[in-house]
Design a protein around this ligand. Structure first.
Ligand SMILES: [Mn+2]
Length: 454
């Protein structure tokens, strides 16, 4: 029997709600999965992508991951992984660095054998490029003769059918693959799930910390056992992440006569110690001031509190859905929908956050960077065709982050429709710009937007 920990979407480095504490949570969740694997002497840990939240994780997060991988390596347990859309870099990947350090194996077309299982990998690929994927996995039997492993599993990152909001044709993959897989160990969808496709088990372990408030199930990971019984090739059990951050969800539908006092009363009924409180208000009633509810939550020991008011308040349309508690995140989110090129995002980043550039020099620095970009790639300023569908993520997301924001040109924008389309658990699109595959940059240049900066 071969026992493999299957985790994914750890999103290390995500400073959710701009909270350094939350950022530590994401690393700690990854560490706790690794610790469990060592304690239980697993045969391998498989990571199905989005180890990091973005392609530029901070050094502390990279160091934290290396420390954890070293502990795993010291225990003689291999770490095998693929690259997710959030962390994809243009050339070499973080995973390649870990492989260079002898701490990880990047899975791909060639089998990597662990016990009785041949493991393969499929990195995230943008939808536009999937038609061209050959799925030419090399059978482990070919060279190994009698020693060929009994089972085969593919580790992949993407939204595979038939899971909700899927866009990756799983049947086509299975048909084209010369290898008969017993299991698809997947990442990308943050909700845990299990399905069968043409007799093959496909499973998502879900994220290990809530990357969005849509992710309500207990966070966890999978343990896949191959060859445990005569009847089934693989059986999967789920285990909770120890000490994951507590989230308290308070969902209220207010009557016409109700208002903030009802919200405060509901909040008081929960133990909020060190928890993230997510209050969602629907229905009618009086306006609710998010700041005062967030203050109450803080008094009661909550680490973080967010109030999403989903009501269309006739008298205060502006107030509905507006929370400036996290303006940077809101701007990021809005930007991800603008279809700006990577170069434009870089300039935005420069203007908004770069602290190594004096204010007076921003214009000059921006010009220089654009010029440098254009020298390397004449298409560097081309926008993204359809930002909402770029990457593997759908446009819906974390309602708590659905805050209308100032756009690049300074105008405010309220997009109430965003809050309505809560997905079955797909992740937020706030980081669409992390996908930098050229296939996604098909639209006409968004020069107008660029000029706003220059
Ligand atoms: Mn993810």
């Amino acid at each position: 029997m071969t026992r493999i920990v299957h985790t994914a979407d750890t999103h290390v480095g995500y400073q959710q709600y701009h909270s350094p504490e939350r950022r530590e949570d994401f690393l700690r969740a990854f560490e706790s999965v690794i610790e469990d694997a060592v304690a239980d002497d697993m045969d391998a840990v498989v990571h199905a992508g989005d180890l990091f939240h973005d392609r530029r994780p901070g050094l502390v997060d990279v160091q934290g991951v290396i420390d954890a991988l070293r502990r795993l390596d010291d225990a003689g347990i291999p770490f095998l992984a693929v690259v997710g859309n959030h962390e994809t870099k243009r050339d070499a990947q973080w995973l390649d660095l870990f492989e260079d350090l002898g701490l990880a194996v990047r899975l791909g077309r060639e089998p990597v054998v662990v016990g009785d299982v041949a493991l393969y990998g499929q990195d995230f690929a943008p939808e536009a490029s999937r038609e061209g994927l050959e799925y030419d996995f090399r059978s482990a039997e070919a060279g190994t003769g009698d020693d060929a492993p009994e089972f085969a599993a593919l580790v992949g990152h993407g939204a595979f059918e038939p899971f909700a909001y899927a866009d990756w044709d799983t049947e086509a993959l299975l048909e084209r693959s010369p290898v008969d897989f017993d299991a698809l160990l997947l990442g990308d969808v943050h909700h845990p799930g299990r399905e069968e496709v043409d007799g093959v088990l496909a499973t998502y372990p879900g994220s290990t910390e809530r990357a969005s408030a849509e992710e309500r199930e207990k966070r966890g990971y999978n343990i896949a056992e191959f060859g445990a019984s005569e009847d089934v090739s693989v059986s999967v059990t789920r285990r909770s992440v120890a000490d994951a951050r507590e989230f308290v969800f308070v969902d209220l539908r207010l009557e016409a006569s109700e208002g903030e006092s009802r919200v405060r009363e509901a909040v008081r009924q929960h133990d909020l110690d060190d928890a993230v409180l997510i209050v969602t208000v629907e229905g009618e009633g009086d306006p609710v001031t998010p700041a005062s509810v967030e203050e109450l939550a803080a008094e009661r020991g909550a680490a973080i509190a967010r109030v999403n008011d989903r009501r269309e308040l006739a008298s205060e349309t502006e107030a509905a859905d507006v929370s400036f508690a996290d303006p940077d995140l809101a701007v990021d989110r809005r930007l991800s929908e603008t279809g700006l090129s990577e170069a434009a995002h870089e300039i935005d980043d420069l203007v908004r956050t770069a602290d190594d550039v004096a204010r007076a020099r921003v214009r000059e620095a921006a010009k220089r960077r654009v010029r440098e970009r254009l020298e390397v790639d004449p298409d560097a300023l081309r926008g993204v065709a359809d930002p909402a569908s770029s990457g593997d993520e759908d446009a819906a997301g974390d309602a708590s982050e659905d805050t209308p924001t100032a756009t690049a040109d300074g105008s405010a924008d309220t997009d109430a429709s965003e809050t309505q389309d809560a997905t079955g658990g797909h992740e937020t699109s706030a980081d669409d710009e992390t996908s930098d595959d050229p296939a996604e940059r098909e639209a006409p240049a968004d020069q107008a937007s660029m000029e706003e900066y220059l």
